[in-house]
Design a protein around this ligand. Sequence first.
Ligand SMILES: [Zn+2]
Length: 256
Amino acid sequence: MLADTHCHLDQLPDPALALAAAAAAGVTEVVAVSESAASMPAVLALAQVHPGAVLPGLGLHPAWISQHPHEDVEAGLEYLAAHLPLARVLGEVGLDHKWALTPQAQAYQEEILDRQFALAAACGKPINLHSRRCPRQVMERAITFVRETGLGAQLHWFTHSRKLIHQCNKASIYISVGPMLLEDPQTQEVALAVADDLLLLETDAPVPIAGLPNQPARTRAVAERLATLKGRPLEEIAALTSANLRRYLSGGRMTL
Ligand SMILES: [Zn+2]
């Protein structure tokens, strides 16, 4: 049994078909993250139609925050505050310096992220984080969140630096690895530095990766490549990452 722990399921042309293809490939759970005011109700609707298979994530993405008027962001936060108890995780949230070039724009993203963290802490939800062009800042915020709340934190697509991975391992931050692992030697090298008990799988579908269309079924190819790289059977990778997902969702870390 495999799980795609970061997927924009509501943005796929046919989510039901994508879920069926995923299940046929042994990918039986999908954490469906949202990123906009409109995607939050869409994700909740998918979770209602596919209970157990879709684990809903609610949150506002930093790129969306930077591209929308403050009133829209406030309305999104209001929806989030009212509906986060129905979600399994807060996400996709984080910081994105591609869309925030000035100190003011960056401070605004940070303010909205802090407010979303406060909602997650109040509802007891783990967090699913985006960190484009500012991995260290997001990692440090994740570490503080985990230390203060005891809840889980996951950094998605965070395979740029072995040095930061070591800090994540020490602070019990989960890292999800995705289809970049199939093509990119640097991602492969960094992914191998993630502690076994903090490793998760993802696709970030439908974002196309390495020029190929992307969907949650691709989690299986990621798991297979990881199994080869680690020299371990696929079943072991599946069992390990599934156990990690359960622990991430419930907070805490296995004692090694
Ligand atoms: Zn994403």
